[in-house]
Design a protein. Structure first.
Length: 218
């Protein structure tokens, strides 16, 4: 069984809270699937380089959608994560999330995967993280972890669009500075548009190469 480093475990946890998914191969193993849009190509490459020993084939681009994607090999170590994060084929927040979401890099990857910035010059900035896959009760587990583990105060919002409610974590005035302090050293340069303009990236950021994509919203 392939051993996972702690950094790899942190990345896997945060991608599963975001857009990543696990597929069961029916032979007591699962594989992690990563898909992102063209503008997040650098992020896909960064994920690949950190998970490369678990992967057979380098990331590829779909000609029809321009998405970049790759999958790991089917591994029993990943099946343990599937047992935690899936229930009746639905992605969930495991009750043990407080023991899984522990490192600053986990928080940063989760935000890069599924976070947004709301910025209004001279008046306001806040962060939000999509939790559409999860119930409100599951999202409460995440707000508790943010506060107890990282000292970040957040709340749950359920805005409606076309009659459908969407769940998200909202990090406003009481938690935004602490959240930014934690994630900023790890944000890739292609996600600089997710940071307030007055906060440039630090030299410690985990960057492989600069992105050439325009700075668009999530």
């Amino acid at each position: 069984m392939e051993d996972l480093s702690q950094k790899q475990k942190d990345i896997i946890v945060s991608t599963l809270l975001g857009d990543g998914s696990l597929e069961y191969d029916k032979f007591k193993a699962s594989r992690l699937q990563i898909k992102q849009s063209e503008r997040k190509r650098e992020y896909v490459m960064w994920l690949y380089e950190n998970l490369a020993n678990l992967v057979k084939t380098q990331p590829k681009q779909r000609p029809d959608t321009n998405q970049w994607y790759f999958s790991t090999r089917s591994l029993r170590s990943l099946e343990e994560f599937r047992k935690l994060f899936y229930e009746n084929k639905r992605k969930i927040v495991p009750k043990s999330i407080k023991d899984l979401l522990q490192s600053p890099i986990s928080l940063a990857v989760w935000f890069m995967d599924d976070g947004t910035l709301d910025y209004r010059e001279k008046s306001h900035y806040s962060f939000s993280i999509s939790a559409d896959d999860f119930t409100v009760d599951e999202t409460k587990l995440l707000t508790a972890v943010l506060e107890k583990r990282f000292g970040v105060i957040s709340s749950i919002q359920t805005p409606s669009c076309r009659g459908k409610k969407y769940t998200k974590l909202y990090i406003g005035k009481r938690g935004r500075d602490r959240f930014l302090e934690i994630i900023k050293p790890y944000i890739l340069s292609c996600f600089e548009y997710k940071l307030p303009p007055s906060h440039s990236l630090t030299p410690q950021r985990l960057i492989l190469r600069r992105c050439s994509e325009p700075m668009l919203s999530r």
